[in-house]
Unconditional design. Structure first.
Lengths: 495, 495
């Protein structure tokens, strides 16, 4: 691919000067349009050392309104970033809708450098690029168009460019300390770049390769290409806004006659005596094990799903009672804030990922996307369908980042739920737990059951299996949850 | 003060068991009420090692809904925190309205420990407590009631308690490694605590001293006191909500005949040649100096205020053109997001404070509180009046944290503004800059002038003086800004 950008493209200074004001006005104007849409374009500037990445970013800042631009440079990860999965820092840097994010260095940087230097092999590099594809597919689908520019220099041109920059004290600082070292391996870097382009050129996130020998040509090519892409994106967004939100089918899925939830032995039970004994033992172990998390550089994330009144809160309290209150945080999922809505769906969950040594417990979770949001039509079919993949990827990244993830589905029967609703209405300090919505949801019991089965089937991965808990007997459920967490922690921390 | 909590208060287990359910129900219920108000109580748990701080926090978690509690423990600051002013981490941990924040360790911890160990003297300790008072006064005024509990043990009781905890392997981990060391200096810590209580017991943020020998007495005393305080706060908030927002006077202030803005020589001007020469020199220096910021462990924050069309954006672009685009960020102040509204006024500015080595430029700033919000009645008189103090304190903390703060007021005359408004309407890529609101604001010219004069008078401190810029001639203004930043950076980085 790259040889197409070694043909000596140039732009004379007069044409550049003549065209610049018009392109600039158009860029400002499309930026203004973007600000009123639900888009947040993500611009990746990659390429060879000395190819003018930094000048290109400076140009965009000069020609556009800097208040709407957020430029991110990938320095070494800081300690908050190091204690979380690799992509946490990228999620954290995503622009809010209406803004434009510029990435100078990105999710490509580490894999490409490591592959070029032979620190990872081709298979691992392909795996990394697979993750990139998933990430960019999600971004594009969520209204974050990904526009990628690769600034290229031939070997000869790069040698000359580095020499020129280094000779002048005014520009020497711009040559990264690694540039000379990397240049010695030009061919390896070129090969890695070719692979990067091959593996991640997608219709929804295309690479534009730009010959970067001539400053005017490079600047104008990037500016015009960006302008076109932004205009297309703005046109689409405006047309979508005009068309209004499509009517979403509210047909509930039907559960299969035999499904994983119906195979649960719902008559499991524990006596008060058994319960006390087993819970106390499990809690003592949990106290010790969660204190050991920090030393092991691990963290725990436990999430709870299940019908209303399944006993999620009670199970959670039996867990937290065993832990130091400053180690854990319980997050109840409410409506997203407007900052959360201004980002891709999973953003609000990424932002709360625990640091090493901590425990985060979700009372309901990202699975709302494929449960309530699917059932109630808050998410479009396209949205909740791709959520399975996005969630699996999210959870795989947690596992890689040292997070021990446990997912609990607490099951109860419809009859048991009715019983508990009635009880809640008659107990003063439980009344706040029961709302009109609970009664409404109950009417869709079958739909929720079917959606839950789909969810369990599609997101029970080896890295993050679901634990199904028979919940009709609260004692049984609480002990099963506490012991499951205990056993998993013990196994993980022993290994 | 503390001897009142050495009298042997106890509560028998029967009474405790009998009262507990009622207190628990009431706490849950008041927590539900808080969730619907604009309050976010801040609970500080302080006291001696072994006095049961951690048990008290655990009790609150057990008795209340953990989903509405955010418990913060002050570990060692991490690197993001170390690179910002001391209070950044406290601001960052503030609960959002409707939640309850529990601080286990707080803004008191470091000063008290350092004072007790003789690492800071009494004067410095008083200065620290002064800062605490300002912080808590702001919190209380913003709807963040501050409720502080000091759990006390006499020397004898603490010795016994530490021995007991340490003897049992199950509780040994709860004794902080410093506890024994600190106990040897019990008298110093007691003296520091007495001073802490004396200096920071305020009507709007009272300390409750609790004798902590007996677990049941300690738990019940904290729980009941907290319950009362939360109920009072909820009552007040509900009464306020019912009364509705008070009508705010929209009378504009009148400027004095002689004021600091009218003394500016508005006919200052630069020729094109002078401008080019001086700007290029200043920009070259700025490029170099901003690159040196990181090595010096400093950062730069420049903010711009002034009438519409004063040329803030143009002056900012001449600054940023000189800087590496990945060193700076330009923040344009728009309406706050709902997460921002859920926190005290200055929160949205604290959250963007630059890390070391970075440059943050505000196009409009926190001074909106005493300018547009004052003039348009968005802030109550009480709110914008106390903002002067809060802002001065904020800026003092920046200076202490190594942030070089520059504040620019770009002045233009009313005639010049009219000229520029007209020009903007006729230039395609400037049209987006002019709105109906600009014309409306213009009608209140005198009010804005008077408010600006009040602001300059009350917030020009030695740590953060205002730089007034004669802005009728854009060349003059841009060069003055660039050279001012250059000179300040040169002076700061030389010292």
């Amino acid at each position: 691919m790259l040889e197409t950008a070694e043909v000596g493209n140039k732009l004379d200074k007069e044409t550049y000067k003549k065209d610049a004001p018009e392109v600039r006005t158009a860029l400002l104007s499309v930026q203004q349009r973007i600000a009123t849409t639900d888009l947040a374009p993500v611009i990746v500037i990659a390429g060879a050392e000395g190819a003018g990445k930094s000048e290109t970013v400076a140009l965009l800042h000069e020609w556009m309104d800097a208040r709407g631009l957020e430029t991110n440079v990938l320095w070494e990860p800081n300690d908050e970033e190091r204690e979380r999965p690799e992509y946490w820092r990228f999620w954290r840097m995503l622009p809010a809708r209406g803004k434009i994010g510029i990435f100078f260095g990105s999710w490509y940087t580490q894999p490409v450098v490591q592959y070029a230097l032979g620190k990872i092999d081709g298979a691992e590099f392909e795996r990394c690029m697979g993750r990139v594809r998933g990430f960019e597919r999600m971004l594009a689908a969520e209204g974050f168009p990904v526009l990628k520019y690769y600034l290229h220099l031939s070997k000869k041109a790069e040698r000359k460019q580095l020499k020129t920059l280094f000779a002048d004290p005014a520009t020497r600082w711009r040559v990264h300390e690694n540039a000379k070292k990397f240049f010695k391996r030009y061919d390896d870097f070129r090969h890695a770049a070719e692979e990067q382009l091959r593996l991640t050129s997608m219709d929804f996130a295309p690479w534009t390769v730009v010959e970067a020998v001539d400053d005017e040509y490079r600047n104008m090519t990037v500016a015009k290409s960006l302008l076109r892409s932004l205009e297309v994106a703005a046109d689409d967004a405006e047309a979508r806004a005009k068309a209004g939100r499509p009517k979403i089918s509210s047909a509930s899925p039907r559960p299969k006659r035999r499904n994983v939830l119906r195979t649960l032995k719902m008559d499991r039970t524990l006596s008060g005596k058994q319960y006390d004994k087993r819970l106390v033992t499990a809690q003592a172990d949990l106290g010790r094990l969660t204190r050991d998390l920090a030393a092991a550089g691990r963290s725990l994330l436990a999430l709870f799903e299940g019908p209303d009144a399944a006993g999620k809160g009670g199970a959670i309290r039996r867990l937290t009672a065993a832990m130091s209150p400053y180690l854990y945080r319980v997050i109840g999922i409410a409506a997203p804030t407007d900052e959360e809505r201004a980002h891709p769906y999973l953003w609000r969950f990424w932002r709360h990922l625990p640091r090493r040594g901590r425990v985060t417990i979700y009372d309901r979770s990202w699975y709302g996307r494929v449960l309530v949001e699917r059932l109630e039509g808050f998410a479009k079919a396209e949205e909740w369908q791709r959520a399975y993949t996005e969630i699996n990827d999210f959870e795989e990244q947690m596992a890689e980042g040292g997070i021990i993830l446990m997912k609990f589905w607490i099951a109860i029967t419809a009859e048991e739920q009715l019983q508990r609703f009635k009880e809640r209405q008659h107990t003063p300090f439980k009344q706040y737990k029961i709302t009109e919505e609970d009664w409404r949801n109950r009417k869709k019991w079958d739909g929720y059951e079917a959606a839950a089965c789909d969810m369990i089937e599609r997101t029970s991965t080896s890295a993050a299996p679901w634990t199904l808990v028979e919940g009709n007997n609260k004692r049984w459920a609480r002990v099963k949850v506490a012991e499951s967490v205990r056993d998993r922690l013990a196994a993980e921390l022993a290994s």
